[in-house]
Design a protein around this ligand. Structure first.
Ligand SMILES: Cc1cc2nc3c(=O)[nH]c(=O)nc-3n(C[C@H](O)[C@H](O)[C@H](O)COP(=O)(O)O)c2cc1C
Length: 180
């Protein structure tokens, strides 16, 4: 038996990490895009397909999503760990994250925020509801279009190929091991 120790409130959320980490794109009212790194996102409905993302109100992306009510969840792989950390440590208020990271914008099919070309999958979302949850806001987005890299997904991801990013805590990321 493993002896259990108490976990203080500040780090309790880390008991639910490592978490699948995504790059969410959004736009301001003029269409200028931003990128935010999120570890807190999850599907919440099959039909219609709805996902939720949890964003602190102090984030610039929070304002953009409140204003324009659209976002895209882009799924990065481990080759984008550096860019993922950058987008999670810098604000779009003071830096153009597309320029700074060299990530490439691609038009989405159904929403204004762009896709990030280097990511393996994209879920285009329109906000259908929002809730305040403690010190974050849950934005519920209906997935109105989605796409994935050829050869990576048939009914589900091929986890022998996929190298998703999981956030452990701080600056630490891990991925799947591939062939098992
Ligand atoms: C790995 C990682 C995961 C993060 N997850 C979240 C999250 O789920 N929700 C959130 O509000 N911020 C999260 N952040 C923090 C934001 O990404 C960060 O504050 C970002 O600089 C906000 O950018 P913005 O001001 O351009 O919106 C995370 C940061 C990192 C590095």
């Amino acid at each position: 038996m493993i002896a259990k120790k108490d976990v203080p409130p500040d780090s309790r959320y880390l008991l639910m990490h490592p978490r699948h980490t995504v790059l969410v794109t959004c736009v301001d009212k003029e269409g200028k895009p931003n990128i935010i790194t999120l570890a807190w996102s999850t599907p919440v409905s099959f039909n219609p397909p709805i996902v939720t993302i949890s964003i602190g109100p102090q984030r610039y992306s929070h304002k953009l999503i409140e204003d324009t009510r659209e976002f895209v969840i882009n799924v990065p792989q481990m080759d984008l760990a550096k860019e993922t950390l950058f987008c999670g440590r810098n604000s779009g208020r003071s830096v153009d994250k597309f320029k700074a990271t060299g990530l490439t914008k691609e038009p989405a099919r159904k929403v204004k925020p762009p896709l990030i070309k280097e990511c393996i999958a994209h879920l285009e979302c329109k906000v259908v509801n929002r809730f305040t949850s403690g010190d974050h806001t849950l934005f519920l987005g209906e997935v109105v279009a989605a796409s994935v890299g050829e050869g990576f997904f048939s009914e589900r991801f091929d986890v022998r190929k996929l190298r998703p990013i999981f956030h452990v805590g701080g600056d630490e990321f891990i991925t799947l091991e591939g062939e098992r």
